[in-house]
Design a binder for this molecule. Structure first.
Ligand SMILES: Nc1ncnc2c1ncn2[C@@H]1O[C@H](COP(=O)(O)OP(=O)(O)OP(=O)(O)O)[C@@H](O)[C@H]1O
Ligand SMILES: O=C(O)[C@H](O)[C@@H](O)[C@H](O)[C@H](O)CO
Length: 191
């Protein structure tokens, strides 16, 4: 059992957390460069929810591996996904999480942490992903790993609680579409 930063009582992360009926948890997912951080930041801001940046929770060994151009394996991602699930569960009133969540089993690990977890999948082409990743000087993730993201990706379309969006649309459009899907049509979305 634990408490979040506001002292709200939370069940242990081993049981999926169910919040107030107005609460929801959203994962913005997809391959490298698809726009997870950009969209999630706006979404969290306009929904008034905390933002959890999944990349901030990778152990140094994972960052080191990616920096050296080695794709993460299932075993590298296992503990990271459990930690992200615990972070979601810690936010009793909901949260927006950025996480690649490339495989169904990864999404199911996150689903086991909170009830009715939603996923917004930003789908982009390998060419667009490569272009965006190559344009990020100083970022730890190398363009040489982009192909491995698409090899690992299992399309979440058809799974429960999933919205698939074209990640090359304008940011404001993407956030607006997510709001409508979440039933929050009145919120204003800034570009
Ligand atoms: N809808 C969009 N249209 C045009 N450019 C975008 C869009 N979304 C994001 N970008 C740009 O693409 C780049 C990658 O975006 P972002 O960092 O949000 O992706 P990401 O999925 O979080 O990547 P990673 O997981 O690799 O960190 C950034 O330069 C960002 O400004
Ligand atoms: O599961 C993964 O392979 C990783 O989370 C990657 O997606 C990177 O962390 C991200 O792309 C960095 O930019």
């Amino acid at each position: 059992m634990n408490h979040d930063h506001q002292g709200v009582f939370c069940p242990a992360p081993s049981e999926p957390v169910a919040g107030p009926s107005s609460a929801f948890w959203v994962v913005v997912m997809g391959v490298s460069g698809c726009g997870k951080s950009a969209v999630a930041q706006l979404l969290a801001q306009t929904l008034g929810l905390p933002l959890i940046e999944g990349d901030d929770f990778h152990p140094p060994s994972n960052i080191d591996k990616m920096q050296r151009g080695i794709a993460l394996a299932d075993a590298d991602r296992a503990d990271w996904l459990l930690i992200l699930g615990a972070e979601l569960a810690r936010c009793c009133d909901g949260a927006v999480l950025t996480c690649s969540a490339l495989k169904r089993s990864y999404r199911n690990t996150l689903r086991s942490a909170v009830t009715d977890l939603r996923f917004v999948h930003l789908a982009i082409s390998p060419a667009e992903s490569l272009k965006r990743v190559a344009q990020r000087p100083g970022h730890f993730y190398p363009p040489s790993l982009v192909a491995s993201q698409f090899e690992a990706l299992q399309d979440p379309a058809g799974e429960p609680g999933v919205l698939c969006l074209a990640g090359d649309a304008a940011l404001a459009t993407l956030v607006q579409q997510a709001h409508v899907w979440l039933g929050r049509t009145n919120a204003t979305c800034a570009e």
